[in-house]
Design a protein. Structure first.
Length: 668
């Protein structure tokens, strides 16, 4: 029985304030401008570049459908500081005839101003496509201060302009265009939506290049104004890769040694259903002997950084094939093999083309199409079976590598179980002998200082706040984990002490929630040797504990290199440039006594506290990883290049940048 008291209103009636006039109806593209996050995930830099991806994806759909062979991507400065992007293709061109359901409006205007409109719903115009919701280019139009669309069809050129989702004039016939076909979309994002965000040439350059890898038949031309290109990005480039993903993977691997000399690469068309082609899949996989590995998943040329069902299908195919090969060769323990054993540490590129793909959201970060797993598994498994058995030595080498990773995983699992059992009977945590721990727990500001040598460790112990600051001295230069084997890393005492002190595990077992300190601070001497040790430690965290770095827990201390004294006044300088600035701005021509610290151990505890360790007066640099999908791979590539096994990469890096070194610094 209902409780009548629930329906009694204790407040005076106010129905007159809530009538039909209070109900808003957002028309056209107004919902997009009101709530852009619903359509592009926000208004940050990633969302801004999502607009560029939407327009480029439309051009790629024309190429994949076989109607375009060339795409041009041009970045200019434009008005408002964000930049203006122009994307052209030589495809069929957006239809410009009158739309049958919207009298007086061209199909082009409907597509640009109406959500859920386009030629990709029925499958008649496109067998596979990246844009499936019909909101891509209309959202771009809604969030742009100016959009101009030019269409060349039937030897005629048409154009129409828009602002913030509304046409500023009718569709115009510009004139004859006998040698031109296709669509050109130029747009300037609205500063009212994106604020001070700007298009980044480097990000768009990588996006354009990756699209050319994903469809071997297309040529993509890149142009960028000199003011935006900078030193690292070419002003003009042409991308065309006949080998598709295999070419991309070859470039990504570089000179790194792999378990198998030949990549596992190939493609397969899916069986047609009722005479209709269902799509295809292309892949390229390598197993480098060192490094964390990297995965690139795509569906209809759209990057899906969170993977999805196509990823699941590939992992299942590789695992089942390798288990079958192990049974063929008598390796019985392979029954404990998991997909993670097979794929962890590998470099994988997977590109899927299917009809009517389903994604987790409009930003398409994860594929959810149920059929994708089955299609990919069936297509890839047969090829991988042949890859393993056509060359038995190659197959055995890969199997041995995966079984080693499996053994390591099982060993770590056993160690965790032992620790878990012993933890129930032990109140105190086992910690490395050199660690001087702090007394605070879970206060939100505990810190572990990793310091260079026992001398610096002694000063740091006296300078610290005993409640919140712990000190762990390490012995000089630690092991370079980027070029060391797993066994060597496990056997290194300094690394064992680091892992024990932090208490959160490493690699796949790294759990930031178990980190014993809120901040990990690398504190080394302010000289070249100190910078080298700091680099080795950052490499350690990047490879063994990337989640700690990504969570913002890792910092670099900034100890001074000089102490400047004039009379009773003293100041500290971080480096030569800071020293010159202080002499010029603070001491202003006075006779300055300059003392240079040879290391942290030379500083007395009071000096170390006030310059480097006290939160009230110190400076810290937070070490972070870029969140963008493409940039994470770029950071990994740089670490492998500078810290990996091949010294030639470091030699080339130094040689190419020799001209950047200040001659005065060398003389000093």
């Amino acid at each position: 029985m209902a409780n009548d008291d629930l329906f009694k209103n204790p407040l005076p009636p106010s129905e007159d304030d809530y009538d039909g006039s209070a109900i808003e109806v957002l028309e056209g593209l107004e919902p997009v401008r009101r709530r852009p996050g619903m359509y592009i995930g926000g208004t940050d830099e990633r969302a801004l570049h999502h607009l560029a991806a939407e327009v480029i994806d439309n051009a790629m759909d024309e190429a994949v459908a076989g109607h375009a062979t060339r795409i041009e991507v041009t970045l200019e400065e434009g008005d408002g500081g964000i930049g203006r992007l122009t994307v052209s293709d030589n495809g069929r061109g957006i239809p410009v005839d009158e739309h049958p359901r919207y009298p007086g409006q061209s199909a082009l205007e409907v597509i640009l101003t109406t959500l859920h409109s386009g030629g990709k719903f029925s499958g008649k115009a496109y067998a596979t496509s990246g844009g499936l919701h019909g909101v891509g280019v209309s959202v771009v139009n809604a969030l742009s201060v100016n959009t101009r669309v030019e269409v060349a069809r039937n030897r005629e050129l048409f154009a129409q302009e828009f602002s913030r989702g509304l046409p500023t004039g009718p569709l115009e016939r510009v004139g004859a265009a006998p040698n031109r076909r296709g669509t050109t979309v130029a747009f300037t994002p609205d500063p009212d939506i994106f604020g001070k965000q700007k298009f980044k040439a480097s990000r768009l350059f990588r996006l354009a290049r990756s699209k050319a890898y994903l469809f071997a038949g297309v040529e993509i031309r890149w142009k960028c104004s000199p003011a935006l290109a900078g030193d690292d990005i070419p002003q003009e480039a042409v991308f065309q890769f006949p080998g598709g993903l295999a070419d991309h993977l070859k470039e990504q691997i570089g000179t790194r040694e792999c378990v198998t000399a030949e990549f596992f690469a190939g493609s397969q068309d899916f069986p047609a259903t009722d005479g209709v082609q269902q799509g295809r899949v292309e892949w390229a996989i390598a197993w480098p002997l060192y490094g964390e590995g990297a995965y690139s998943w795509y569906c209809n040329t759209i990057p899906t950084p969170d993977g999805g069902t196509h990823e699941q299908g590939l992992r299942a195919a590789l695992t089942k094939s390798l288990r079958a090969f192990a049974e063929l060769t008598g390796a019985k323990k392979a029954r404990d093999m998991t997909p993670d054993d097979v794929t962890n540490g590998s470099e994988i590129m997977l590109s899927l083309f299917i009809r009517d793909p389903q994604f987790q959201s409009q930003t398409k970060d994860r594929l959810t199409s149920a059929d994708a797993a089955r299609l990919v598994e069936n297509a890839v498994r047969d090829h991988f079976d042949h890859f393993l058995t056509d060359n038995m030595e190659r197959g055995k080498a890969l199997l041995g590598y995966v079984l080693e990773r499996m053994d390591e995983r099982l060993r770590r699992k056993q160690e965790r179980e032992i620790k878990r059992k012993s933890a129930t009977n032990a109140r105190k945590l086992r910690l490395p002998g050199k660690l001087t721990d702090c007394s605070g727990e879970g206060s939100g500001d505990t810190e572990l200082f990793i310091v260079e040598g026992d001398s610096a460790g002694g000063s740091a112990k006296q300078a610290r706040d005993r409640k919140t600051q712990a000190i762990l001295p390490i012995r000089g230069k630690i092991l370079n984990v980027a070029s060391a084997s797993a066994d060597k890393i496990r056997g290194n005492q300094e690394i064992a002490d680091l892992l024990l002190a932090m208490g959160c595990g490493s690699r796949q077992d790294c759990n930031p929630d178990n980190l014993r300190y809120d901040r990990i601070i690398i504190m080394t001497d302010a000289d070249v040797d100190g910078a080298h040790i700091a680099t080795l430690l950052m490499t350690f965290f990047f490879q063994e504990m990337p989640e700690i770095v990504r969570g913002g827990h890792l910092f670099l201390a900034q100890p001074p290199l000089y102490r400047l004294t004039a009379g009773k006044e003293s100041r500290y300088a971080r480096d030569d440039a800071h020293r010159a600035e202080l002499e010029r701005s603070v001491f202003k021509g006075k006779k300055v006594d300059v003392g240079r610290f040879k290391g942290l151990g030379e500083m007395n505890p009071q000096q170390l506290r006030e310059t480097t360790m006290s939160p009230a007066s110190r400076s810290l640099i937070r070490i972070t990883l870029p969140p963008e999908y493409e940039q994470r791979a770029a950071v990994k590539e740089l670490v492998d290049q500078l810290m990996g096994r091949n010294p030639e990469h470091r030699f080339n890096f130094i040689q190419n940048r020799a001209g950047e070194i200040d001659r005065d610094m060398i003389d000093a």
